[in-house]
Design a protein around this ligand. Structure first.
Ligand code: MSP
Length: 516
């Protein structure tokens, strides 16, 4: 149990050019699970999400919608807030890059970079992908037959030639490499670490950090013909939210450097190369870790608007249930790998692991207590080796979970939990409390108590993943609200024998909808 150690975790801030989809939901959910886990484990958690509202891409989307950028972003940003609510995200703050506090921070970091001598004026001439909001060199783009240049991401590039300020990224190569070497866990998973290392070893070019051909952005201090490059503006959100440029403030000193920036694999370079270089140049420490997760496909196909197969998180919640979605997304693939969303595997996990394994364990234990123990928690007698084995397994779960969660191995954490779920089901099958009811009621009471105590531990373990269902299970065990945290993990005496329980209610329904 950690006593109030700070834990600062962030999602990427989402572009407001379009409606939120499964990809956004995924990153935010993963952060939410970790934030909840750390809170339950006694950390002082700060969990940030928000929207990225400047730049050409958003400006163009506003123009297409026939709206001025500000009202457009107000409206679109709200969709992301609504999604966070629908997913029961426990964020502590929601940042928008069009807020005043963010203008102050962005201009503050700009001034710090200028003061450090890391910014100089010049002219940018090269390729730019509006979809990625990224610059590409001639050698990075592919020329198609019709002359169009395509970025490695598949996006169309346009030729840009304009006055621009540059950041001396080329001078940060050695310091970045030294930083990666001193902090081998900075970029995860390993594949991304290797990718970034070889990119930086290949040499870095100075980075264009302002634009002059449009104006939807934060004005460069002292030169309002320029707006800041949207990625410099966007990355700064992580420090805006904790009070930058006030680096002496309580919140800044408490939460910086961030413990974890969670990102998708497409935006690692910005977070693991540019961002630490900006921070070090401005006199700040880089974040402790950047974890890049994989991408989802839909029934084997790349998700794209043009294919019309974008997965709407609201549809998923309506069809399968929120906790079921939260579980599936973090269980289906090793976190960090790409994953495929399919109705078949969703239903398989929902019916198999949730309804049959976990749901059934809870349901049959609570029903037996309800029917055979007068609806009150039975008094345990002496414990057998079997009883102690199961209680030991559930009690030891916390340490295992901590290790998995600190590596963002959500799938492993869930596998560990399910090992105990299956162990508990096997225990009940072996002990046969329904037989003991006639032959040895006292022993039946012990078995049901041990099962209930195991379920209490399991429900604490699943709280970060499936908060609503887990709370409902704890309600049915009459666990006090202030006992729903990890200081109470494996702690005897939390369940009170003799206490009346509210009566069993199914928590994990089977999928009974149409097959899609
Ligand atoms: N605005 C930038 C981030 C700035 S952070 C300082 C951005 N926004 S985004 O809205 O385009 O993407 C946000 C996240 O969604 C990224 O981490 C991206 O990887 C993730 N996903 C987008 N599509 C996805 C899938 N199909 N699957 C999983 N995640 C995906 O980038």
């Amino acid at each position: 149990m950690s006593d109030g150690t700070p834990f600062y975790i962030t999602t990427p801030i989402y572009y407001v050019n379009d409606a939120p989809h499964i990809g956004h939901a995924y990153t935010t959910l993963a952060c939410d699970v970790l934030a909840r886990f750390k809170r339950l484990d006694g950390h002082d958690v700060r969990f940030l999400t928000g929207t990225d509202e400047h730049g050409q891409k958003v400006e163009k989307a506003a123009a297409v919608a026939g709206e001025a950028p500000q009202p457009f972003t107000d409206r679109m940003s709200n969709n992301f807030r609504r999604l966070a609510d629908a997913l029961h995200i426990s964020n502590d703050d929601f940042i928008r890059t069009t807020e005043y506090r963010h203008k102050l921070a962005s201009q503050g970091i700009w001034d710090a970079l200028v003061a450090a001598g890391d910014i100089y004026p010049g002219t940018y001439a090269g390729w730019y992908s509006v979809r990625d909001e990224a610059f590409f060199t001639e050698s990075e783009v592919t020329k198609q037959e019709n002359g169009t240049r395509i970025a490695p991401t598949g996006a169309i590039c346009e030729w840009v030639e304009e006055p621009s300020y540059f950041f001396r990224l080329s001078e940060w190569q050695d310091r970045l490499l030294a930083f990666y070497e001193a902090n081998p866990d900075f970029i995860a998973p390993q594949s991304r670490h290797n990718e970034i290392l070889s990119f930086v070893k290949g040499g870095l070019q100075d980075l264009s950090v302002s634009r002059t051909t449009f104006n939807w952005g934060i004005p460069v201090p002292g030169d309002h013909a320029h707006v800041m490059y949207v990625w410099l503006d966007a990355l700064t959100n992580y420090i805006t939210a904790i009070g930058y440029p006030e680096t002496n403030s309580d919140s800044f000193t408490r939460y910086w450097p961030a413990d974890l920036h969670m990102v998708g694999k497409d935006i690692v370079r910005f977070h693991a190369v540019y961002w630490p270089a900006f921070l070090m140049a401005a006199g700040m420490a880089p974040p402790k870790r950047v974890f890049a997760h994989g991408w989802w496909t839909n029934e084997g196909e790349k998700i794209s608007k043009s294919l019309g197969n974008v997965i709407d998180p609201y549809d998923l919640i309506e069809r399968y249930g929120l906790d079921q979605i939260r579980y599936f997304l973090l269980r289906e693939v090793p976190f960090g790998n790409d994953g495929d969303f399919s109705h078949r595997s969703m239903v398989q996990r929902m019916n198999g692991e949730l309804a049959n394994d976990y749901g059934n364990l809870v349901q049959r234990t609570l029903s037996m207590i309800d029917r055979n123990c007068g609806g009150t928690l039975p008094e345990p007698g002496g414990l057998s080796t079997e009883d102690e084995g199961l209680l030991g397994a559930v009690g030891g779960l916390l340490e295992t979970l901590r290790r998995a969660m600190d590596r963002q191995a959500f799938h492993e954490a869930l596998e560990d939990i399910w090992r105990v779920v299956r162990g508990a089901n096997a225990y009940i099958a072996r002990e046969e409390p329904w037989v003991l009811r006639k032959t040895d009621p006292a022993r039946m009471g012990t078995v049901l108590f041990v099962a209930a105590e195991t379920i209490r531990g399991l429900a604490l373990a699943t709280l970060p993943f499936m908060p609503d269902a887990s709370h409902r299970i704890l309600d049915q065990l009459a666990v006090a609200t202030d006992a729903r945290n990890y200081a109470m993990f494996g702690k005897a005496g939390t369940l009170n024998p003799g206490k009346a329980l509210p009566g069993p209610q199914g928590v994990f329904p089977r999928y009974s909808g149409k097959d899609v």
